[in-house]
Structures are given as structure tokens and as C-alpha cells.
Design a protein around this ligand. Sequence first.
Ligand SMILES: Nc1ncnc2c1ncn2[C@@H]1O[C@H](COP(=O)(O)O)[C@@H](OP(=O)(O)O)[C@H]1O
Ligand SMILES: [Mg+2]
Length: 263
Amino acid sequence: MAASAELTAELSDVELSAALATAAGELLNTVRAESGLSGRDLGDAGDRQSDDFLQERLAGLRPGDAVLSEESADDLARLEASRVWIVDPVDGTREYGKSGRRDWAVHVALWERGEDGAGSLVAGAVALPALGVTYASDPTPIAPAVGLAPPRTGRRRVVVSGSRPPVFADTVAAALDAELVSVGSAGAKAMAVVRGEADAYVHAGGQYEWDSAAPVVVARAKGLWCSRIDGSPLIYNQRDTYLPDLIVCRTELAQSILGAIRA
Ligand SMILES: Nc1ncnc2c1ncn2[C@@H]1O[C@H](COP(=O)(O)O)[C@@H](OP(=O)(O)O)[C@H]1O
Ligand SMILES: [Mg+2]
């Protein structure tokens, strides 16, 4: 899905996630092209405008739902809510502020409480506005694509944070006989795996629920493995939103990656 759908309350949750992420991404492209700002000032302006847009639309279109956003104060009423949107208005803010970078994203995910009281991610989307594409949590297969990372060399590839790669990055790469490639933004890295530009994304040492919720619900819908680095499930809408590590990978590589991290 690339062009923004009309934003109406009748959209399904998945459709709304994709339409909101796409529309926020278009707004961010405009701010980037027309504000005259760059660097941190551009990042700040993008964060604020995208967050304002998402908050306003969610309040209008899903008035009964709670929202957890990186860029707004955390209202702990969400802990009692049955539906919570978890959004990152700009993931990869640093890259968004740099001219020519494509590795930044908009994240929109929905967490819903189940009948047992526990909850899970049920819908979401990740927009890559610099590429004009949005990926939603539906099972539609994604054709191999290029644009986030250098062309594949024929080797397996693991994507990691450029600024904060995990300490076990080299160990995982060696276990898979893979090359390591730096890409900004958790959403862009997870989508690099969805798009077939990489085989795995590994991270540790710090992140929050909004960094991974939408990437994980999309990647899981596309049949990829998503877990903490000890193999346990990623759990969302917690009081403490710190969720410091994850693996998103082709399912057949998961046990090798988990084994390499354990070692
Ligand atoms: N050690 C850490 N502690 C806290 N947040 C981290 C982190 N490492 C990465 N992140 C967050 O995860 C996102 C992707 O980072 P990276 O590109 O380095 O992989 C960024 O989100 P934001 O851009 O939304 O702040 C970044 O702030
Ligand atoms: Mg983020």
C-alpha cells in the first residue's frame, strides 16, 4: 500500500494502521522537503507534527482507545484499557534529520486485551515514507525489494543498529556465516528482513515498546520469527515500557541465532 487511503472510522484496524502510518509519513516527507530545517531541528519538528497528527486522528476515529506514544506523556490509564495504540511518530529520528537517508519509519500498532486478561499485538503497520511504501500486518507476501541497504552480495545478511550494535553482533554473524550491515531505525531494519534485503535483525542494550511493536506485528504476519534474545515472547503495554532487545529473522535461522547469543 503506498497512497494514503481515506481516513474513516469504518476502516478495519489493520487498514487504519496502514492509512495512518502512510499519511503521517506523507506529512513527514513534506516537513522534510519544505521546512528548511535539518538535523536535530528537523527531527524535533517531524516528531512533534507526526505525533500531533496521529494523536488527533486516533482520538477522532477510535475515541475509546488509549494511546502510548514515544512523543507524548504516558497516561497510565492504558494499563486498564482494552485497546491501546502503540505509536512511534518517527522511528530513526536521527536518520530522518539527515538529507538523503531512507532508513526511517512511522510505526502504528494496536494492542488488545484478550478474554484471559492478557493482551497481544493484533494489528499494525510500518511506513517507510522515503521509499513511499507501507507494510501492514496482513499475510500478503512481499516481493523482494531493494532500497534500504546495499545490493545483496550472495551472503546471508544481519542488520544491526549503526550507533548501538549489540555486543553479540559479530558472534551471530559468524554463526550464520553472514555479513553485518548497519541500517538506522528499528522499523526499517525489521522491514529490511520483510523485504528480503536481510535475513535477520538483532538488537540488545535498549529500546522501548514503540520501537518494536509495529515492526513485530508486521514481521510476524509475514511469517518471520520475532522474540526476545532469550527466545521468550515480546510483551507489550507494560507499566515499564522498556523492552531492550529483540530478534526478527527468517524462522529457520532462529535457533542458530538464539544459540549464538546464549554462547
Ligand atoms: N540502547 C538504546 N537505548 C534506548 N533506545 C535505543 C537504544 N538503541 C536503539 N534505540 C532506539 O531504537 C530505535 C532504532 O535505533 P537504531 O537506529 O540505533 O537501531 C531508535 O528510536 P527513535 O529514533 O524513535 O528514537 C533508538 O532511539
Ligand atoms: Mg523509535
